[in-house]
Design a protein around this ligand. Structure first.
Ligand SMILES: CC(=O)CC(=O)SCCNC(=O)CCNC(=O)[C@H](O)C(C)(C)COP(=O)(O)OP(=O)(O)OC[C@H]1O[C@@H](n2cnc3c(N)ncnc32)[C@H](O)[C@@H]1OP(=O)(O)O
Ligand SMILES: NC(=O)C1=CN([C@@H]2O[C@H](COP(=O)(O)OP(=O)(O)OC[C@H]3O[C@@H](n4cnc5c(N)ncnc54)[C@H](OP(=O)(O)O)[C@@H]3O)[C@@H](O)[C@H]2O)C=CC1
Length: 289
């Protein structure tokens, strides 16, 4: 894996590019907006500085890693990558559109991975020209900190693709958990219904934002409260995952909370928008309910 492409320069794309560049690979980081891709380089630099300050990496390793990342808005720049990882918005039509365009540029032997949180790997693979070289590589947020990557094979994924993907992840210093190709896989099958239930708890007035988060932080030792975590993930992504669970498993227990739907409709999609269950416009996040 000399060169790796990452498509989508949002919070996951920049984290994935960060760990892959620190792992010694060249990275092409693409976004639909060139400004966004360039902005991501600044975020990566900031996050690597945190790691240098904590002694987790060195200044020279950081400088080399930054030098290995190229930002672009053209998928045609992916023509010589050995692996492309898609980390764009959690919408099936967006991802399928990217794969259609990307496959025109990728060399035939290149592997293709998706960081989707919930969507069928088999179905996404079928929209490409290389289902046997396609795999789910689900990194966790924040990528530089979290140890786990879920690996999901589609029905057509070859054994060779699977082995190369697992080796690549392990070389990055991450641990693999194997999940079958069911809606939202393992982590989000368990985590998102908990977050959705926390939003119902708020919706039904059982507790305030502050009380719900405090209850789960101090009462269940979660590092973040569920509403704080929902804001951190992005409420748009949370809603998309709940919709995939609801439709994919055809069970009303996965019904997205109407309050989650309303927040997304309002554009209050969490930290990345400056407002979600908390308002991030000041120095400290302020609960909105
Ligand atoms: C939705 C999906 O599809 C799947 C998912 O990813 S679900 C989300 C999974 N993630 C979680 O559940 C995260 C839960 N939260 C946490 O674990 C912690 O709150 C957290 C690691 C994010 C932050 O920890 P914290 O103690 O509150 O904050 P902070 O002290 O700033 O950071 C802790 C460490 O992480 C580092 N860090 C945090 N964000 C970072 C980033 N983006 N890049 C690099 N380092 C980062 C900090 O530098 C710090 O390092 P040290 O411990 O060496 O000082
Ligand atoms: N957030 C999380 O905690 C986690 C998310 N994931 C998954 O990772 C993926 C990305 O999520 P996340 O980074 O949080 O989302 P973000 O909203 O932070 O970033 C998505 C990025 O993709 C860009 N994008 C949209 N369409 C295209 C396109 N056609 N070509 C290139 N780039 C495009 C967006 O640009 P623009 O803003 O201009 O639309 C945006 O910069 C999703 O599949 C999500 O489910 C996986 C694990 C954890």
């Amino acid at each position: 894996m000399r060169k790796v492409g990452v498509i989508g320069a949002g919070q996951m794309g920049n984290g994935i590019a960060h760990v892959i560049a620190l792992g010694g690979h060249d990275v092409i980081l693409a976004d639909i907006s060139k400004e966004r891709a360039i902005e991501a380089l600044g975020i990566i630099r900031h996050n690597m500085e945190r790691q240098v300050n904590r002694g987790l990496t060195t200044q020279s390793a950081m400088d080399e890693a930054i030098g290995r990342i190229t930002a672009t808005d053209k998928l045609s720049d992916m023509s010589d990558v050995d692996l492309a990882i898609e980390a764009a918005t959690e919408k099936e039509n967006v991802k399928v559109g990217i794969f259609k365009e990307l496959c025109e540029s990728l060399k035939p032997e290149a592997l293709l991975a998706t960081n989707t949180s919930s969507i069928s790997i088999t179905r996404l693979a079928a929209s490409t020209d290389r289902p046997e070289k396609f795999i789910g590589m689900h990194f966790m947020n924040p990528v530089p900190v979290m140890k786990l990557v879920e690996v999901i094979r589609g029905i057509a994924t070859s054994e060779e693709t699977y082995k190369i993907a697992c080796q690549f992840i392990s070389d990055l210093g991450k641990d693999v958990a194997i999940a079958e190709d069911f809606p939202a896989f393992i982590v989000n099958r368990i985590l998102l219904p908990m977050i959705n239930e926390a939003i119902y708890t708020l919706y039904e007035g059982v507790g305030s934002v502050e009380a719900i988060d405090k209850a789960m932080r101090l009462g269940a030792n979660h590092p973040m409260g569920p509403l704080q975590l929902a804001d951190f993930i992005g409420l748009d992504t949370c809603l998309s995952i709940m919709q995939v669970l609801y439709e994919g498993l055809a069970d009303t227990k996965y019904r997205p909370c109407p309050l989650l739907v309303k927040y997304v409709e309002a554009g209050w999609i969490g930290r990345k928008a400056g407002r979600g269950f908390y308002d991030y416009s000041g120095d400290e996040p302020i609960p909105t309910r």
